[in-house]
Design a binder for this molecule. Structure first.
Ligand code: UDP
Length: 323
């Protein structure tokens, strides 16, 4: 199939591009390179540097690529930043996303696959979380993704555009070639590994007074290639709707740091900090729907394997991508 991947130079997008090419698809990446890295894009993919705010540029890129499916990763995804600059999140994740969906409709694209998030649920009533829980985001990031989910529902109902929205839990790990490199790193596993690489003296633990067994936040970490695989499965006709993607196992911040110590063989200095605004205490997926309807089967569900793949990539690329 002809596939357009927005954000294909970013962390999850670049791994998905590799998997799509591996599966024999033709891929055009659209990325502004504001967060992504040109060298993360597999050389077998076509690359167009365009920001989704540029409606004309976007329309002509999609007209050239003539995709049957668009996979839409390009977005901002930091809870704490969204709590400081909500407007930036609504512009990028909602308004620019709307430019994409309009272009998709005009060009007769069959399906849009969207990167949503477990942050759309807010503080869940229960864990593990299935897709039917109420969605009450507690930060503008989650709100912006929920708004786009709703836009997709209306476009499906009114224009017949098919969609799949994946609610990711915590993407982590790396493929052989592609890993996690944000210019300003805020994510837990890369921040912990920076200490091991000697690039930071200690790792902050944001909040030690949460209602969890060790007082730190619990998250469900999912290997980035397993996330990517779900997108390939979602391209099949007949697959539609909302799916959680996680392993169903929750690990606290302290448990993740311990796993990193075990895998790297280094002890990691930590410093307790106050809570980060907008962080729910515990997010763990029930991904039964994806397993049942997509036939999705994560290949690397163990936290140790996820951390090991991240460590391998960061050890080989201590400065991340060159660009
Ligand atoms: N966290 C932390 N120290 C860090 C980075 C993150 O304690 O240097 C915590 C963060 O507060 C959250 C969890 O680790 O509870 C996962 O955060 P991350 O930013 O990796 O992903 P998020 O869940 O925000 O998408």
């Amino acid at each position: 199939m002809n596939v357009v991947v927005t954000g294909g130079a970013g962390y999850i997008g670049s791994v998905c591009v590799e998997e799509l090419l591996q599966a024999g698809h033709t891929v055009t990446v659209l990325d502004s390179l504001s967060e992504g890295h040109r060298s993360a894009v597999d050389p077998r993919a076509r690359f167009v540097q365009v920001c989704l705010s540029d409606r004309e540029g976007l329309r002509s890129a999609i007209a050239d690529a003539r995709p049957e499916v668009i996979i839409h990763f390009a977005a901002l995804a930091l809870v704490s930043e969204s709590m400081a600059q909500p407007g930036k999140y609504f512009a990028n994740n909602v308004a620019y996303g709307l430019n994409l969906i309009e272009a998709a409709r005009e060009m007769g694209v069959r399906k849009l696959i969207f990167s949503s998030t477990c942050a759309t649920y807010g503080v869940p009533e229960r864990v593990p979380m299935n897709e039917d829980l109420p969605q009450q985001p507690i930060n503008p990031y989650g709100e912006s993704k929920l708004m786009f989910e709703r836009i997709l529902k209306w476009y499906h109902q009114i224009h017949g555009l098919e969609f799949v929205a994946f609610r990711y839990f915590n993407a982590a790990g790396a493929s052989e070639r592609c890993g996690e490199h944000h210019r300003v790193e805020t994510h837990l596993i890369p921040n912990v590994l920076k200490v091991v690489l000697g690039q930071a003296s200690e790792c902050s633990i944001f909040g030690t007074d949460y209602p969890t067994p060790d007082g730190t936040c619990i998250r469900d970490y999912i290997h980035v290639t397993d996330l990517a695989q779900a997108h390939i499965l979602a391209m099949k006709p007949g697959i539609a709707g909302f799916f959680n993607l996680g392993n169903g196992d929750g690990y606290s911040v302290r448990q993740v740091i311990q796993a990193c110590e075990k895998i790297t063989g280094h002890s990691i200095a930590t410093v307790n900090q106050s809570r980060r605004p907008g962080d729910p205490p515990r997010l763990v997926a029930a991904a039964d729907r994806a397993v049942r309807e997509l036939g999705w089967k994560p290949r690397y569900p163990r936290l140790d394997d996820i951390v090991a793949s991240a460590w391998q990539w960061h050890r080989r690329h201590p400065q991340g991508y060159p660009d």
